[in-house]
Ligand binder design. Structure first.
Ligand code: SOE
Length: 390
């Protein structure tokens, strides 16, 4: 029987549920060198964490994450909490010799992210490995897009166009939740969803973002405290309910220069009515283009400038063939995968890397580079010295 990888997870809300599903599922569809065991989940509210453990299949609970780290029957700490706790938990786990998987964005500030990346680099010297959960890298259509870029099919990259559009904050009476609190979340749409676009753009193209010019905006500056919290946002309380300040951006847009000569435009918002999870990426090179939209997550569009003039045009590739990344482990051709599969593939890659003693990606250093861009966007937006009145 394969060895076990005994997991302790901190947090059990939306991300905790997605991670639990992945830890439970990965070895049932992929041959793994170690079988994940859902050893313990931690949360402060004992009754709630017990219910979550029961529902999601965890063997035991702790009401203090520090206890997870002290336990000698746990090999890996999975951090699914808001950003204000990432650094403390990750540093303690690495110091105790536990591998770490940490949700994105890595931290709430660049200084924290850099400290975490340094700690991870030191831990890696002793075989203790850390990874950040930029899960969309493991969406097969995006993995395929990266493969095309790496194979040189697009030639040299000129344009990157990245949008992450959601609409769950459009209702101005949606309640004030942790994602709207700078202390807890670090930033708003920028760090929550823009960070995914930044990571993907850099990863797919293999180029770093070296500079940005940015604009951020908060459309609704105060919201009801304690409305009904459903899913991500939910519905507001009465019009006369007590309100509290929104301390993060609702939307961020920026242009960027990449290390190898490409230029990019980015937009992140949770106010794009009708766009539910439209994480879009388009890359144009000297020989071809790729385009992706998570609302059609099994499809990548590919344009090859070398095609016959008569037949040239974007090909709509349905990424459900067994030859496509990860896909052969799932359903017969054409049946498609969803949001949760990215998390499962993340576990597959992480477990394989841990078993091989190999650095998983994205590393904390990769995630700190994303944080460097988030930080530059915030600094640029605060002091838009290139701003000209029109
Ligand atoms: C909310 O905007 C959110 O859940 C993000 O926090 C996730 O990272 C993204 O995968 C989906 O949207």
């Amino acid at each position: 029987m394969a060895n076990k990888l005994r997991v302790g997870m901190v947090g059990y809300a939306f991300m905790g549920a997605a991670h639990s599903h992945a830890w439970r599922t990965a070895h049932r569809f992929f041959d793994l060198p170690m079988t994940p065991e859902l050893t313990a989940v931690a949360g402060r509210n004992e009754q709630a964490v017990r219910e979550a453990a029961e529902r999601m299949g965890w063997n035991s609970v702790e009401t203090d994450w520090r206890r997870l780290i002290e336990r000698d029957d746990i090999d890996l700490i999975d951090i699914c909490t808001p950003g204000d706790t990432h650094k403390e938990i990750a540093l303690a786990a690495l110091a105790a010799g536990k591998h770490v998987l940490c949700e994105k964005p890595l931290a709430n500030s660049l200084a924290e992210a850099e400290e975490m990346a340094e700690a991870a680099a030191r831990a890696a010297e002793n075989g203790v490995l850390a990874m950040c959960g930029f899960t969309y890298r493991r969406t097969p259509a995006l993995t395929l897009a990266k493969r095309f870029v790496d194979e040189g099919r697009l030639g040299s990259i000129r344009h990157i166009r990245a949008q992450y559009l959601q609409d769950w904050l459009s209702d101005e009476n949606a309640p004030l939740t942790w994602r709207l609190d700078k202390e807890k979340a670090g930033s708003g749409a920028l760090g929550d969803i823009g960070a995914h676009s930044i990571d993907l753009a850099q990863w797919v193209t293999g180029q770093r973002i070296e500079g940005v010019s940015a604009l951020t905006h908060t459309f609704v500056t105060e919201r009801p405290v304690g409305g009904e919290f459903v899913g991500l946002g939910g519905h507001g309380a009465d019009a006369d309910a007590e309100k509290g300040p929104v301390t993060v951006d609702d939307a961020a847009i920026f242009s960027a220069r990449f290390s190898d000569g490409a230029i990019g435009v980015f937009e992140a918002t949770r106010f794009a009515l009708g766009r539910k999870n439209a994480m879009r990426l388009e890359v144009n090179g000297s020989e071809g283009s790729i385009a992706f939209d998570f609302e059609e997550s099994n499809i990548v569009h590919y344009y090859d400038a070398r095609d016959d003039a008569e037949a040239i045009g974007f090909r709509r590739i349905i990424v459900t063939e067994p030859e496509h990344p990860y896909v052969g482990h799932w359903w017969p051709t054409g049946h498609g995968l969803g949001y949760e599969h990215g998390f499962t593939h993340q576990v597959v890659d992480l477990v394989n890397d841990i078993a091989a003693g190999r650095q998983p990606t994205p590393s904390f250093a990769d995630a700190a580079q994303v944080q460097r861009v988030l930080d530059a966007v915030e600094r640029s937006a605060e002091n838009a010295s290139t701003w000209r009145e029109a």
